[in-house]
Design a protein around this ligand. Structure first.
Ligand code: CO
Ligand code: CO
Ligand code: CO
Length: 321
């Protein structure tokens, strides 16, 4: 959609739109660059406080995935003020506020418009050392790929909506992990030779692994059985539940030399295309550091830390083993 529009050529723009990265990075001085990102979503759950927390954690995550520290955030709000109680909006904003506070950043304003369906998110600004910007394009053959949250949340949101999964199960077993910040994961990762990072969101685990592959021009091999999966997710695909993004995500991955070398059931395949909201970080570190890295993540209190694959010096694309 941006075809024909002139991309910026400012030499201080360290990360722009070319590599489909999580945020823009602009160098201010030799030791400081600013990170800018914006994200907003429709409610994945009806509960307004959880909605606010999830949307905010998801927005802030794009700062962490560049190796940065969030400083300020602005609310983006679309809300049907005539048909919904304003107390709901207050609870959405309270959820966002609490996550920004937890991240140690300042919520400094925002903008609201009337809309038929609620939407909420943040514009987040942060800083990073320009010599230590982490992109999605820096993986090297020999890297291990580590994931810090399970996948499968997309189908669970739909399953709650269609009555196949009680909300209380989602709230008890999934939402606390899903709404958690990726702050500890990135802080721990920066103590290692972190070559690349992205957060797993709407394109599903394979879509974001494909970004890693395209970014470094090498192949990603994924061990399906190592991928952490949220409780009930497999069961919901077995019951025929899906999401509106699975098909498109599959098409995107299929377009680049995609190869499944193991036998997966249809529901197992679907999990690979399940879109995430506020997913974990996908971290690329030299394989020789991987064992220590996973131990460090666990010791720091990151709920999930799994090596799910590695990078090999072969043609761009993904192989599932
Ligand atoms: Co992102
Ligand atoms: Co984003
Ligand atoms: Co305004």
């Amino acid at each position: 959609m941006l075809k024909g529009l002139t991309p910026p050529s400012d030499p201080n723009l360290l990360v722009g739109i070319e590599t489909a990265d999580d945020a823009a990075v602009y160098k201010l001085s030799s030791d400081m660059a600013m990170i800018n990102t914006v994200d907003f979503i429709t409610p994945p759950v009806d509960d307004p406080y959880w909605f606010g927390q999830i949307a905010a954690a998801n927005s802030i995550s794009d700062i962490y995935s560049m190796g940065g520290k969030p400083l300020t955030a602005l609310n983006l709000v679309m809300f049907p003020s005539k048909s919904l109680d304003m107390g709901i909006l207050h609870d959405i904003l309270r959820g966002g506020h609490d996550k920004v506070f937890e991240a140690g950043a300042c919520l400094v304003g925002g903008h609201t418009i009337d809309d038929e369906e609620p939407k909420y998110g943040l514009c987040v600004n942060g800083i990073v050392d320009p010599k230590r910007v982490i992109t999605n394009a820096g993986s090297k053959p020999g890297d291990a790929l580590v994931l810090t949250k399970p996948i499968g949340s997309g189908v669970l949101f739909n399953a709650v909506r269609s009555g196949k999964l009680p909300f209380k199960d989602l709230e008890k077993d999934i939402l606390p992990v899903l709404a958690s910040l990726n702050d500890i994961a990135i802080a721990t990762a920066l103590k290692f030779d972190l070559n690349a990072c992205t957060d797993v969101t709407g394109f599903g685990i394979l879509g974001h692994l494909l970004e890693i592959s395209l970014g470094c021009g090498a192949r990603v091999v994924v061990d399906f059985n190592a991928i952490p999966i949220y409780p009930y997710a497999r069961e919901m695909y077995n019951k025929g539940e899906t999401t509106g993004s699975n098909k498109g995500n599959r098409q995107m991955v299929n377009s680049e030399n995609f190869d499944i070398q193991t036998s997966l059931s249809k529901p197992e395949e679907e999990l690979l295309f399940d879109p995430q909201t506020s997913g974990g970080l996908l971290l690329s570190v030299p394989d020789s550091q991987c064992t220590d890295f996973i131990l460090a993540l666990e010791t720091a209190g990151v709920a999930v830390a799994k090596k799910i694959g590695y990078v090999v010096a072969e043609s761009v694309g993904i192989t599932i083993v």
